[in-house]
Design a protein around this ligand. Structure first.
Ligand SMILES: [Ca+2]
Length: 545
């Protein structure tokens, strides 16, 4: 969008200045269905037990960069156009920087609602690449910036500290999650609290590969093994798409022991994140800021380990990969478990809602407005597969085929991705329905569909056995969602009865806000001025819809 348009819209939304702080924690590759939240005992206690635990949160895309882009912008992949983890795929590309970064929740909260903003951790996988501005590029909207250059690491990495590259080594004090924690404390300690609210985003590398725990947590889960779900290491039937069928199944014991090690090391990496959450929480408590701070905890994508004899990764449309944790706590939120279906694209509107800011997106606020959350909703999941950029040297026969990538010799040469591992799915949850319908963009236009009400572990693809009529309706819904923008992405039935919805700010504590909006009289005058002068302009230039 154009900066001039942003300014006009921003002016109007200055009418709603908020004071609640926001702490958003985004982990990297943390699953929900394989018990990825189990190590997070402090987080579950401090955020989950005091707030809302969402049990049906789905990513817009089961991969890092596209879903982080969805979290930042509130848009599905086909609208923000970050389609994979490469610059060519829109990951931190020049186009992204110009067209999307000016309208992330951070840019809007800062410009429209006056938030002081802070980011520490992994951002987008290609962030810091010299081709797209290097460490000098600080995304629009961040006052304090400590973004990781490149993909997740635990040691020997570089950060852009407000545009200046700083390298970290492999000493104990360089452990990345701990560095993020210390940077967060620096920010909190510098926050005077008497002027503006803050937005803090913490994006630790855990539990992403290379699965390196902090020294103090090494071997904490020595007896833990990868979760043996009913679909773990089973022979793969012909009803799965070709990439899943590719290679040996089931996997031999030698591979399973490696998967067990990866599983337990992932949990061990998360212990430092759990500690980070407690550290930040305790610091805010000491500063007497807890009562005016919202916590949001989520992950950028899920993960599979051994399901359908796939070794480990994301990038698949199965529950392991598309479900993520989501916890929200803060003023006015009643502790509850929420089963309403929600998406990563909803986080954007939710964060803006805390500040009373409205801006178009493909999602909805998770706070109560006029209606409760829809209990019948269809969400979109999109993924575009990658090919090898150059001839791989994995030692596998597939090295000659650039259409596949991420093939691992020590994992029976199974490949995790392919150019035609490209799919769109609609995931519907309602009191009556719990299903997913996916179409791949391969030469078969392969369909995978599951009725999760009767087949929780997705053992039987019903895409080809369902009747023609229902399949046609699924296709129509999928076509609608893959072309949606803004409100047309909300394929949902909202409840008619306005019963109390527990995870909301039903009586939003505006009286407790410590705004800097001036006296009531002068503010009223300003508001009237803005309404009569700027609203017509803003309506005529309402962006992107
Ligand atoms: Ca990730």
């Amino acid at each position: 969008m154009q900066p001039a348009v942003l300014f006009l819209v921003s002016s109007i939304y200055l009418l709603s200045v908020a004071s609640e702080n926001i702490v958003l924690i985004i982990t990297d590759d943390q699953d929900l269905t394989l018990d990825g939240m189990t190590p997070m005992t402090q987080t579950q206690n401090l955020i989950g037990q005091h707030g809302a635990t969402f049990t049906n949160c789905f990513v817009a895309s089961p991969i890092c960069c596209p879903n982080r882009a969805s979290i930042l912008t509130g848009r599905y992949q086909h609208n923000h156009l970050t389609v994979n983890n490469t610059i060519a795929g829109g990951c931190s590309s020049a186009e992204w920087q110009q067209s999307q970064e000016p309208a992330t929740f951070a840019a809007l909260l800062r410009k429209v609602a006056g938030y002081k903003t802070f980011y520490a951790g992994k951002y987008l996988n290609e962030y810091g690449n010299g081709k797209v501005g290097g460490a000098a590029h600080v995304p629009v909207g961040w006052d304090w910036w400590a973004g990781l250059l490149g993909n997740s690491k635990y040691y020997d990495y570089s950060l852009s500290i407000n545009g200046t590259e700083r390298t970290y080594g492999n000493g104990t004090s360089d452990y990345f999650t701990d560095v993020i924690s210390n940077l967060a404390l620096d920010f909190i300690n510098a926050h005077t609290g008497d002027q503006v609210p803050f937005l803090m985003v913490l994006a630790p590398p855990a539990p992403h590969a290379p699965f390196t725990p902090a020294d103090r947590y090494n071997n904490k889960y020595n007896s833990t093994k990868a979760k043996r779900t009913p679909n773990f290491n089973i022979p793969v039937h012909q009803d799965k798409h070709w990439l899943v069928r590719h290679g040996p199944a089931p996997l031999p014991e030698s591979v399973l022991s490696k998967l067990d090690e990866i599983y337990r090391r992932r949990w061990e990496t998360l212990l430092a994140v759990d500690e980070l959450v407690k550290t930040v929480y305790t610091s805010l408590k000491k500063r007497n800021l807890l009562h005016e701070t919202y916590f949001v905890y989520t992950s950028d994508n899920g993960y599979h380990i051994g399901q359908f004899s796939m070794p480990m990764d994301k990038r698949q449309p199965y529950e392991t990969d598309i479900r993520v944790p989501l916890l929200i706590s803060g003023p006015g939120i009643v502790p509850a478990t929420i089963s309403a279906p929600v998406s990563s694209v909803d986080i954007f509107a939710t964060l803006l809602d805390i500040a009373g800011v409205e801006y178009p997106s493909d999602g909805i606020t998770l706070f109560k407005k006029h209606d409760n959350l829809p209990e019948d909703r269809t969400l979109l999941i999109e993924y575009r597969g990658e090919r090898s950029k150059q001839r791989p040297s994995s030692g596998c026969p597939s090295d000659n085929d650039l259409n596949v990538t991420l093939c691992m010799k020590d994992m029976m040469c199974k490949c995790q991705d392919a150019a035609n591992n490209t799919f769109s799915c609609i995931r519907r949850i309602s009191p009556d329905f719990n299903n997913i319908f996916c179409v791949f963009e391969d030469n078969q236009k392969f369909i995978e569909a599951y009725d999760l009400n009767v087949d929780e572990y997705q053992l039987t693809n019903i895409g080809y056995t369902m009747k023609k009529g229902p399949r046609h309706k699924y296709r129509q819904r999928l076509a609608r969602m893959t072309a949606c923008q803004g409100v047309s992405c909300i394929l949902a039935v909202f409840p008619k009865a306005r019963t109390d919805y527990p995870a909301t700010r039903s009586d939003y504590p505006r009286a407790n806000r410590t705004t800097n909006g001036g006296s009531n009289g002068s503010r009223l005058l300003l508001e009237l001025l803005l309404v009569f002068i700027f609203i017509p302009l803003a309506i005529s230039t309402r962006p992107l819809l």
